[in-house]
Design a protein around this ligand. Sequence first.
Ligand SMILES: C[S@@+](CC[C@H](N)C(=O)[O-])C[C@H]1O[C@@H](n2cnc3c(N)ncnc32)[C@H](O)[C@@H]1O
Length: 382
Amino acid sequence: MPLICLLSLRSSDEAGEERFRQTQQAERMATENGIIFDSVKNYYGKELQRTEDCKVQSCPKSKIPSQKHVMEALEMVHEQVSTRHYGCGLVIPEKLGGMHVLDLGSGSGRDCFALSKLVGQNGFVTGMDMTDEQLKVARDYVDYHTEKFGYSTPNVKFIQGYIEKLTEAGIPEDSQDIIVSNCVICLCPDKKSVLKEAYKVLKVGGELYFSDMYADRKVPESVYHDEVLWGEGLSGALYWKELYSLAKEIGFSQPRLVMASPMLVDQEDFRQKLGGIKYASVTYRLFKLPKVRQPARHVVYQGGIIGFPDCLRFDHQNVLKTSEVVSVDDEFSTILSSSRFADEFDFQPISKQDDCCCFTEAVEVDPFQYFAEKQDKGEILI
Ligand SMILES: C[S@@+](CC[C@H](N)C(=O)[O-])C[C@H]1O[C@@H](n2cnc3c(N)ncnc32)[C@H](O)[C@@H]1O
C-alpha cells in the first residue's frame, strides 16, 4: 500500500478514536451532571421548605440601603412565595420599566414577582427552574400578583428547564434586556454553559446582573459528592477569580462588583470538610457589548432613574453624581451608551486639550478584601 494511503488510514483511525474518547467523555459528564441535577432537585423540592432551613446564611447586616421602591415591591410578594426564598443577594438592578427580564433558577418566584411589579405592565419577566415543587409555588401565585399589581394580563411566566440550555427551553437568542439569578450558578456543574447561554439570549447592550456564592480559593473535587454541601452551594461555588476568566472567554464585559458580603458557615462538620475555605455572596454586573466600542468620553448622569435622583451607584467603584462630569474609559462608555442607560446620560467627546482623563477602568477586585475593608469601616456588621 502506498505510504500516503497508510498515513491517511492511520490519521482517520486516530480521528475516530479521538471522536470516541470525546463521546465517552461527554456521556460521563452528562451522567455526572444528571446525578447533580437530581440531587439539587431533591434538595430544593423536598428537603428545604422554608428560608430558615438553609444551613448557610448570607450576612444580613450589610448597611448598603435598598431603595424604597425596591423594598415596597418585595413587601408586596405573597408570604407563601417569600418564605421560600433561597437567594443570597438582591438582584433588582436599576431602570426596569418596560424591560424583558429572565431569572435563572427562579425558585418559588420571589425575585420574579418583585421584578414583575418594577418592569410594569409593558415589561415581561420569565422565570426558569428545573424543580417541579418550586415551579408549582411560583405558578400558583401568578394570578394573585397580577391582580395585586393591577395588571390586566400577567407579565410574568415560569418555565421548566435547565439554565445550561436556555435556547432549547424556548428562550430566543438576543431576546432579553436583563438576566438575573440569585444563588443558582453555584449549584450548576457546568457554569460555562450557563454563562454562554445567558450571553446568547441577551440583546446587545443587555446585562447579566446576578448574586451568587463564591469561594476564596478553588473548592476541592473531594467535596463534590456531598449532597448537602452541593445543595447549599458550598461545593460548587466558583473561586471568584474564575468568573473573570469565564466572562472574558465568553465575550462579556469585565465583571463589575456591586455588592459583597460574607457567608457564614456555622456547622462545625461542614467547616471540617471544607478545610478553612471562606465564602462570600457577591453581586456582579456584566454586559454583552457591541463589537464596535465607543471611545473614552465624558459622561454626565442626568438624575432621571427612579429611586436615584442624586446619584447612580453603578458598581463599588463608580458612583455617578447627578450633573457631574466624569471621564470614563472605552468599555464603560460603551456600556452606558449601548444599554438601557443610554437615555440617562449626556455623552461628550474628550478633546486633546482636556488634561483630566482619570478614567475609572474596571478592575478585578477580591470580594473578601472588599468586605474586610467595609467591616473595618463599620459598614458591614457580622
Ligand atoms: C438556592 S435556590 C434559589 C431560588 C431563587 N433564585 C431564590 O432566590 O429563591 C436554587 C434554585 O435553582 C434551581 N436550579 C439549580 N440548578 C438549576 C439548573 N441547572 N437549571 C434550572 N434550575 C436550577 C433549583 O431548582 C432551585 O429552585
